[in-house]
Design a protein around this ligand. Structure first.
Ligand SMILES: C[S@@+](CC[C@H](N)C(=O)[O-])C[C@H]1O[C@@H](n2cnc3c(N)ncnc32)[C@H](O)[C@@H]1O
Length: 228
């Protein structure tokens, strides 16, 4: 498990400096894209929200040997502004970014703006409302993902059980779920316990002083069967 040193993450400038100082992105084409992307996001996005997407993005970029996304099938749930999907795409994955219908237009715009002219597989943007129409829209026979990415999807809302159902559904044998979460409410801890009842959950990294944790979860026939 990695302990990631604390950084000042409050305020727009410090998030941008986290991006540019800590990521190797600055040394590559990726940095330009992300910094350009950040310029597009920063007027409209809640900074606290983006910190989790940055944490997961940074982890993906820094741990490419352990988590090799190149040519892998990746689906992001609750993609929001799409930062994590953009990074996964730049790291070489076939990305499907999903969210609520009303979010998709902005998500498409952000993703296309930040991946166009890059040598990446063209990301796909699709509706995925947690717990709804999973069998119809993402049939298991044809939709197997290597990685499911989830950043800041668990907070104090009423769709936690449908979210859990969605994670369990998408985590087939061989799938790895990477979930970044800030532990703020009792619901965060309850969700983690429920997730542990259906998938094998491991703590991958934590950001001291910010209560941000990054988990990996995988399918297990015994637990996952009891959830379905
Ligand atoms: C706090 S935002 C996180 C966005 C992004 N992952 C990030 O880290 O910046 C939560 C996201 O979950 C999405 N969401 C909330 N409820 C949902 C539901 N029932 N089905 C699908 N997506 C949902 C929201 O539209 C939003 O994009």
């Amino acid at each position: 498990m990695t302990k990631i040193p604390s950084q000042e993450r409050k305020g727009k400038m410090s998030v941008l400096s986290l991006l540019t100082m800590n990521c190797n992105f600055i040394k590559s084409q990726i940095s330009e894209v992300l910094v350009r992307g950040w310029e597009n996001y920063k007027e409209n996005v809640d900074t606290a929200q983006t910190v989790l997407a940055l944490a997961l993005s940074q982890y993906l970029e820094s741990n490419q040997q352990e988590i090799n996304l190149k040519d892998k099938k990746v689906l992001e749930i609750g993609a929001g502004t799409g930062l994590v999907s953009i990074v996964a795409s730049i790291l070489g994955a076939y990305v499907t970014a999903t969210d609520l219908p009303e979010v998709l237009e902005n998500l498409k715009l952000n993703i296309s703006r930040n991946t166009q002219n890059m040598n990446t597989h063209q990301p796909e943007v699709r509706k995925l409302v947690w717990g709804e129409d999973l069998n119809e829209d993402f049939p298991k026979s044809t939709h197997h993902y290597d990685f499911i990415l989830a950043s800041d999807v668990v907070y104090h809302h009423t769709s936690l059980d449908p979210l859990l159902t969605t994670m369990a559904y998408l985590c087939q044998p061989g799938t790895v779920l990477l979930w970044a979460n800030k532990f703020r409410f009792s619901t965060d801890f309850e969700f983690l316990e429920k997730l542990r009842n259906i998938l094998i959950v491991t703590l991958l990294a934590e950001f001291p002083e910010s209560n941000i944790k990054l988990f990996k979860a995988t399918y297990t026939a015994f637990l996952s069967r009891s959830a379905s």
